[in-house]
Ligand binder design. Structure first.
Ligand SMILES: Nc1ncnc2c1ncn2[C@@H]1O[C@H](COP(=O)(O)OP(=O)(O)OP(=O)(O)O)[C@@H](O)[C@H]1O
Ligand SMILES: [Mg+2]
Length: 327
């Protein structure tokens, strides 16, 4: 299969594309067989190597994207260092998904520049796709296939060598805790299992960069922890870079090395969760201990109140799509 294919919109029966599916193929064992990117296990700084400039997994400079006359991304600058877990936060409509879709090559870059491990997404699209695993905000698993069949499909579509496929699919399912449920129809899975299945789909190609758009939205706290446990375990074993969006500030605080708070298409605050809360504490000067959510409110103003109310219709629908059983 050519790497120059589009993201499988017209793939054969049973090969039908998952919405937004972008993966790379890497002919190496599936998950965590060797450290990459110079990031030690649990290295919260990630990728910094003895004074050398850290490798940039994602470089976004002056990105703009508009839907008609509505500007979604408005001069975004962002750098994700190889090996780190980077959280892109922001209220509904901030432009997170649009920006991510530019990084994954699913949307063009009309203005500005986006690079993934030094490859320009506009001119080197297939090289970029080979480096990526992507779990989109929308549902991307097929309810009428088993878990194993879903992951196998991704392995096949993204050129995992045939002789390695069965083992790597099994490893991917194992890595997300779905080995026992692998031969059940995905339509019988809970919301948390579906999200972990989608994670396995993204991991089967052993990506250097895993991009997750709201991986835990709509999940109960235990399922959320389950998804993150698996992400962090794979990341610790493989050193892959993780770029994630989430509305859950506690997740960002706990799991992200650095976060960017995006609002109205631009980054408004950037740093480690700790540095952001420290800055706000110093600014307030009233002896209080602000949380990341306070920082978020400070940056986004009233927008977070809208989030509390549940956002727009499309967000509610999206949440339910992801949280509900697939069937
Ligand atoms: N396909 C589209 N057509 C028109 N407008 C769009 C489209 N997709 C997004 N938008 C608009 O672009 C802006 C940014 O949307 P985007 O989905 O990138 O935000 P987001 O930060 O991912 O939000 P959420 O937290 O709700 O997922 C919003 O105003 C949104 O309504
Ligand atoms: Mg979004």
């Amino acid at each position: 299969m050519s790497h120059d294919d589009e993201p499988r919109e017209g793939a054969a029966d049973g090969d039908r594309p998952r919405e937004d599916a972008v993966h790379g193929e890497r002919p190496c064992a599936v998950i965590g067989d060797r450290p990459r990117e110079g990031a030690a296990k649990g290295d919260r700084e990630g990728g910094v190597d003895g004074g050398r400039a850290p490798e940039e997994a994602v470089t976004v400079t002056g990105l703009r994207y508009a839907f008609g006359r509505s500007t979604a991304v408005d001069g975004l600058d962002l750098t994700v260092t190889a090996g780190e877990v980077f959280g892109l936060l922001g209220p509904n409509g901030a432009g997170k998904t649009t920006a991510i879709r530019c990084v994954t090559t699913l949307l063009p870059v009309p203005a500005g520049m986006v690079k993934v491990f030094g490859h320009d997404v506009s001119t080197d699209r297939m090289a970029v796709r080979r480096l990526l695993g992507y779990v989109p905000q929308q549902l991307s698993a097929d309810s009428s296939l088993t878990g194993r069949e879903n992951v196998s499909l991704f392995a096949r579509v993204f050129d995992v060598p045939r002789r390695e496929r069965a083992e790597r699919v099994a490893q991917a399912l194992e890595a997300v805790g779905l080995a026992e449920a692998a031969d059940r129809m995905a339509g019988t899975y809970s919301g948390g299992m579906v999200r972990r299945l989608e994670l396995a789909q993204a991991l089967v190609s052993a990506p250097r960069l895993l991009i997750l758009d709201e991986p835990t939205i709509g999940l109960d706290p235990i399922a959320r922890t389950g998804v993150w446990d698996h992400i962090m375990a794979v990341r610790a074993a493989s050193g892959m870079t993780v770029l994630v969006t989430t509305h859950y500030m506690d997740e960002a605080d706990q799991y992200c090395d650095r976060v960017a708070l995006m609002h109205q298409g631009r980054v408004r605050a950037l740093g480690t969760p700790r540095s952001l809360t420290d800055d706000l504490r110093a600014r307030l000067g009233d002896g209080s201990s602000p949380t990341l959510e306070d920082v978020f409110r400070d940056v986004a103003g009233g927008s977070l109140d809208d989030l509390d109310k549940g956002g727009e219709f499309r967000d509610v629908r999206r949440t339910r799509n992801t949280a509900a059983r697939v069937g």
